[in-house]
Design a protein around this ligand. Sequence first.
Ligand code: ZN
Length: 64
Amino acid sequence: MTSTTRTGCPHCGWPDDAEPFQVVSRHATAAGSTLWTRCGCGSLQVRTVDDRGTRIVSRSGPAQ
Ligand SMILES: [Zn+2]
């Protein structure tokens, strides 16, 4: 299966649709939940999860 829309971490290539390296915290929202995750490279990500799936809305740089 090949998809050109597949995305991943720009710092280490961790695929966005894979299991997060580490879930930092989870917050319930009206639409679903907001998930703060840390990538294997140390990049902090904010994901929104609702009935349409998971989207990464913010991504920080990798850990120094
Ligand atoms: Zn990464």
